[in-house]
Design a protein around this ligand. Structure first.
Ligand code: NDP
Length: 445
């Protein structure tokens, strides 16, 4: 058994129910094996045992009143995973599936993702099992205020700076920020993804989707190819999916699917700017279902399925974890898909990743490909500290540069270990090296 396998086995024994967390750790450990072999000092310093243990976990009660005056209780979390590179940074997720294992997997991923941006940000994740679907505005507001009443004492602009994730968009960040400001009597950059009029950065809403497409652009450009004219399949229809589609259209690609938790829509004519505007209105304003797209346009709706059976050149999973399994990967490959770039966190199962790599599909892991969101959050923090506001073009230009840098880092790390084109290995090794080396330099932390 290798050192990494030993540590993973111990972790599985210690907390057998944390399956998502173990999956995320196993993915990193598998990818960095060659690096551990070549650098025995990591094992000698027992770095893996330290790197898988969060620095701090906060779990708390979130009581709130629904519209009928009935008290509801949810569970809140903040997993402050690693602050060796900077203040904790990572999103808040409000979704019924949130539990400690999901929070730990996301915090762990976030640590290496943030390292890849080369900005000084540590890794964290938080959220609640609160399900915003079907809740009124007032209920969401009261929930956010109660959530922040406890969270406020654990965060701060130089300590921990949360952002959005599934179920937490501009509306929720507004309610959370308002309550933080009331409680602390301070107006500062404690959250990112804020409204532009009160400290938010231009391009932050677009950043994850745009960054994902910039990353895919770089991967293809390295092979003298481009996205122009390619047929693309996108899952999800939330923040990341919407701006992935927008940027794919800018690149001249054709997007034929979107989805939500009820199923997917297939539009063989392509989702154009006008149809995308309909989706944004539907999802962001009316909080409707994606099947309404099929009713509005000449498209089909497939209930209860993910879109991976649709023939495409490139696939962009942008909904949630483990949404693309080995069978899906096989179907994508059979139908001619040559690139899979992850907008979501850990959307591809381990066996599906192996299948894609074995068939030489260009695979972009989320911790590199979706890092544009947190990178732009980093830019929002810089603007807040400087009390300034950069233009859309300025932020977009910086985002593009950061995605190019991340691409090159992954590419180089893979080359250093004689695995050209393996972004799975490259991203994990480059992220791990930066975090692990900083931990060693800072002593037993
Ligand atoms: P949103 O809440 O805006 O959208 C999520 C989308 O995914 C919705 O269409 C939702 O459908 C669907 N979805 C969520 N859970 C499930 C599920 N269990 N099964 C099927 N569909 C599901 O979230 P984001 O777009 O912000 O996030 C999407 C992914 O991107 C997540 O993995 C997130 O961690 C990742 N990410 C987000 C970043 C950001 O900046 N926002 C940054 C980096 C990564 P429905 O409405 O029916 O629930």
């Amino acid at each position: 058994m290798s050192y990494a396998q030993e540590v993973l086995a111990r972790l599985r024994q210690q907390d057998p129910q944390e399956t998502e967390f173990h999956q995320a750790v196993a993915e990193v450990f598998e990818a960095i094996e060659p690096m551990l072999e070549r650098n025995p000092h990591y094992r000698e310093a027992r770095i893996l045992e330290r790197i898988v243990e969060p620095e701090r976990i906060v779990m708390f009660r979130v009581p709130w009143l629904d519209d009928r005056g009935i008290c509801k209780v949810n569970r809140g979390y903040r997993v402050q995973f690693n602050s060796v590179l900077g203040p904790y940074k990572g999103g808040l997720r409000f979704h019924a599936t949130v539990n400690l294992s999901v929070m730990k997997f996301l915090g762990f991923e976030q640590t290496f993702k943030n390292a890849l941006t080369l900005l000084n940000m540590g890794g964290a994740k938080g959220g609640s099992d609160f399900d915003p679907h079907g809740k009124s505005d007032g209920e969401v507001m009261r929930f956010c205020q109660s959530f922040m009443t406890e969270l406020a004492r654990h965060i701060g602009p130089d300590t921990d700076v949360p952002a959005g994730d599934i179920g937490v968009g501009g509306r929720e960040i507004g309610y959370l920020f308002g309550q933080y400001r009331r409680l602390t009597n301070q107006f500062n950059g404690v959250l990112t993804g804020k409204g532009v009029e009160w400290g938010g950065s231009l391009v932050r809403p677009e950043a994850t989707g745009y960054g994902l497409v910039y990353f895919a652009h770089e991967m293809l450009a390295a092979r003298q190819d481009s996205l122009a004219g390619k047929t693309c399949v996108v899952s999800g229809s939330g923040n990341v999916a919407q701006y992935t589609v927008e940027k794919l259209l800018h690149e001249g690609a054709k997007v034929v699917t979107l989805s939500d938790s009820e199923g997917f829509v297939h539009d063989p004519d392509g989702i154009d700017e006008e149809k995308l505007a309909f989706v944004m209105q539907l999802k962001n304003k009316h909080r409707g279902r994606i099947r309404e797209y099929a009713e509005a346009f000449d498209a089909s709706f497939v209930a209860g399925k993910t879109p991976w059976s649709v023939a495409c050149d490139a696939a962009f999973p942008c909904a949630t974890q483990n949404e693309l399994d080995e069978e899906d990967a096989g179907e994508l490959i059979r139908n001619g898909c040559r690139l899979v770039a992850e907008g979501a966190n850990m959307p591809t199962t381990p066996s599906a990743i192996q299948r894609l790599l074995a068939c030489d599909v260009f695979y972009a892991p989320g911790k590199a490909a979706n890092a544009g969101g947190v990178a732009t959050s980093g830019l929002e923090m810089s603007q807040n500290s400087m009390r300034t506001r950069w233009s859309f073009d300025e932020v977009d230009h910086r985002l593009r540069g950061i995605m190019q840098t991340i691409h090159n880092e992954c590419h180089q790390a893979a080359m250093d270990y004689e695995m050209p084109g393996n972004y799975f290995a490259g991203a994990n090794m480059a992220g791990f090296k930066r975090v692990a080396d900083a931990m060693l330099e800072q002593g037993f932390v």
